[in-house]
Design a protein around this ligand. Structure first.
Ligand code: FBP
Length: 272
């Protein structure tokens, strides 16, 4: 874990990452509730909101983002976090694996990435391979001085077939995934919300000063969503990495305004 205090992906030590890798992970189905979200430039514009401290994109959209910035002269939009691996829901595998499509070198040197991201499926039969992939990513990220964010999503046979665990959102599983971020050298972990503030607190107790952000999940009401985000911030969380709860809204600005107040100004949802 490194501090990277000067990294533009942090504001007052916290982050709001707009994740837009869903076209890879889930396919066009995620854009159906808000068809304009299928157009990357619409989401690039959403990311211009001051609350957004990074936009997370796969390689192809990262190239598109840089081209869009050049064409529109919009150089002040959100810092770029390149997601280095990803996996489609079309693949049929024996167990979870997320292959790499981009190197840290390409992300930083060619795309000017300010941070890189990697999905880790601890518990999968392919865990060893992913640890090796992550080792390379982490060491290269150190060389280039960019923070590395681990999408830490334990899943697969090791979880499913272990009767001690109730599934991917079991608080012990989520806390274990977060801890692995610390052990393997990530600078931030992105974890699924395990269900309660107490559960998030358990996670925080296991990661020292490692930065943690809540993973957005499927679309909910503003109030429910803000409440969960706030419950993580109150016990030491560092913000949010969110996709559908933003780009599936007709007007995400209002929610982004509130998230800005909760994440960076320590306001409660009622006062946001
Ligand atoms: P959401 O806020 O829409 O849940 O996005 C967070 C995220 O991690 C995305 O970066 C990614 O595409 C997706 O969730 C993966 O979710 P899962 O693997 O659970 O389907």
């Amino acid at each position: 874990m490194k501090d990277h205090v000067d990294s533009p992906i942090y504001r007052n030590g916290n982050s709001l990452i707009l994740a837009y890798d869903h076209g890879t992970e889930h396919g066009p189905v995620d854009f159906e509730p808000m068809p304009k979200s299928a157009d990357p430039t619409h989401v690039f514009e959403v990311a211009e909101h001051d609350a957004v401290t990074a936009i997370a994109l796969q390689k192809g959209n990262a190239e598109y983002y840089r081209q869009w910035q050049e064409e529109t002269g919009n150089n002040d939009s959100a810092p770029l976090l390149v997601k280095l691996n990803g996996n489609s829901s079309l693949a049929h595998r024996e167990d979870y694996y997320s292959p790499k499509q981009c190197t840290v070198k390409y992300a930083v040197e060619e795309l000017g990435a300010e941070a890189v991201g990697y999905t880790m499926y601890a518990g999968s039969m392919h865990e060893d391979e992913m640890w090796e992939d992550f080792r390379r990513v982490q060491e290269q990220a150190r060389k280039y001085g960019v923070p590395v964010i681990m999408w830490s999503y334990p899943r697969g046979k090791g979880i499913e077939e272990n009767s001690d665990y109730s599934g991917q959102k079991d608080p012990d599983v989520v806390a274990y995934g977060a801890r692995l971020g610390l052990e393997l050298g990530a600078d931030m972990v992105k974890c699924k919300y395990p269900g309660s503030q107490e559960d998030w607190s358990q996670l925080e107790d296991n990661v020292g000063d490692l930065k943690t952000v809540m993973s957005g999940g499927s679309k909910r009401s503003d109030a429910e969503f803000l409440e969960d985000v706030y419950s993580t911030i109150e016990v030491g969380g560092n913000g949010l990495a969110v996709g559908r709860n933003i780009f599936q809204r007709e007007e995400p600005k209002e929610l982004l305004d509130k998230l800005e107040a909760v994440i960076f100004e320590e306001k409660s949802p009622e006062n946001a």
